[in-house]
Design a protein around this ligand. Structure first.
Ligand code: SF4
Length: 360
């Protein structure tokens, strides 16, 4: 696989208390589903997302009442807030005034020069970045005419056009996304963007689909990019509860060794030797591990045949046996536990390991 180092070589851009770019960290973000002007619902959704591990949250801002809600939302949440605006610079100004930590707006779509300048000056004054969101589905007509249809080169040209507008106003706190629902197109566009400029990249496969199909599609595309060292922040777009987007993002980062404080589950693929209700146990343990913020490897095996030895790397694990199970650590059995108590015992052991990690 071609190794690129774009991720670390990007400009570091501050978003609230976080920094996107300039390091190997990939920040997970999601977007709320509630109407932004419904402050209670939006705050509740953001808090749920934060609990799931979401580090930055974005809200849609189609109307002035949404922009006006930003200041109230900001008072009641802990993670940086991004406000997503299309075209209307007055919404951008209101959102910035309300304390947005970043706005997503394409400067080339704002219109007259004085409007662009007003937005850029407001962002500068507050020290917040602007994300340029290039989308294959909404490229400028002149680019579509030039290339005939959405292409990676056309998307990069669009990004450079918006970047130039900001750079000419001496604005450099820029983050760029190059989304497409076609995985190959998105991958090519991000690869070309990584060659074309050093602003941090926000990864995403847009309109990727339902929880099942969208997870596969997003992981396929983003996996290629993450594996090449491209991408500083990402959103998995799913037609599902946004919390699911964070779960998928977390799992993807773990797969690439990019999540430092997350627990991993290894579970056997099941076969006819199975001695316990492995599928529901594995799901229960997986859910439990979402709350653990320590790099613990947990193994759940259906039987003891190849059992503990097969999961030597696991910090803690269980293997099913008739009516009872084995609890093992680093490949060695530590005790037998009745089947009914197996999961609880495992959770206790996980907690002990997590506490030891937090105390470090
Ligand atoms: Fe089969 Fe046991 Fe291996 Fe699971 S751990 S796949 S049940 S042999």
């Amino acid at each position: 696989m071609t190794q690129m180092t774009h991720r670390k070589d990007t400009r570091a851009v501050k978003v609230g208390s976080l920094t996107i770019g300039g390091s190997d960290e990939v920040i997970m973000q999601s977007m709320t589903m509630s109407k932004t002007h419904d402050v209670d619902a939006t705050v509740a959704e953001i808090n749920r997302l934060e609990e799931a591990g979401c580090q930055i949250v974005r809200v849609a801002c189609p109307e002035m009442k949404d922009a006006e809600a930003i200041s109230e939302i900001k008072k009641r949440i802990n993670i940086p807030l991004v406000v997503d605006i299309h075209f209307d610079y007055r919404l951008a100004l209101k959102a910035i005034e309300g304390g947005a930590d970043k706005i997503r707006i394409n400067p080339g779509n704002i219109g007259k020069r004085h409007k662009v300048e007003a937005v850029v000056n407001a962002a500068k004054a507050k020290g917040i970045p602007i994300r340029i969101g290039v989308n294959a589905g909404s490229l400028e007509n002149r680019i579509l005419e030039k290339y005939g249809y959405p292409t990676a080169d056309g998307m990069v040209e669009s990004a450079l056009h918006h970047i130039k507008i900001l750079e000419e106003l001496d604005f450099h706190d820029i983050i760029v996304s190059m989304k497409a629902s076609d995985v190959n197109l998105a991958v090519e566009a991000y690869e070309k963007a990584a060659q074309a400029f050093d602003y941090p990249l926000h990864l995403g496969i847009t309109e990727s689909g339902t929880l099942f199909a969208g997870t596969v599609k997003s992981s396929a595309g983003l996996g290629i990019l993450l594996g090449k060292g491209i991408g500083n922040t990402m959103r998995i777009s799913l037609s599902a509860d946004p919390v699911e987007e964070i779960k998928v993002a977390k799992e993807l980062l773990k797969t690439f060794g990019l999540a430092t404080n997350a627990a991993t589950l290894v579970s056997c693929p099941t076969c006819g030797r199975i001695e316990i209700d492995l599928i529901s146990i594995a799901n229960e343990v997986e859910e439990y591990l979402q709350t653990i913020k320590a790099p613990i490897k947990v193994s759940v095996l259906g039987c003891a045949v190849n059992g503990p030895g097969e999961a030597k790397e696991a910090d803690i694990g269980i293997a099913g046996a008739r009516g009872e199970g084995l609890l093992f650590r680093k490949g060695k059995t530590i005790r037998k536990v009745p089947e009914a108590e197996l999961v609880d015992e495992l959770k206790k052991e996980i907690n002990i390991l997590a506490e030891a990690h937090y105390a470090k």
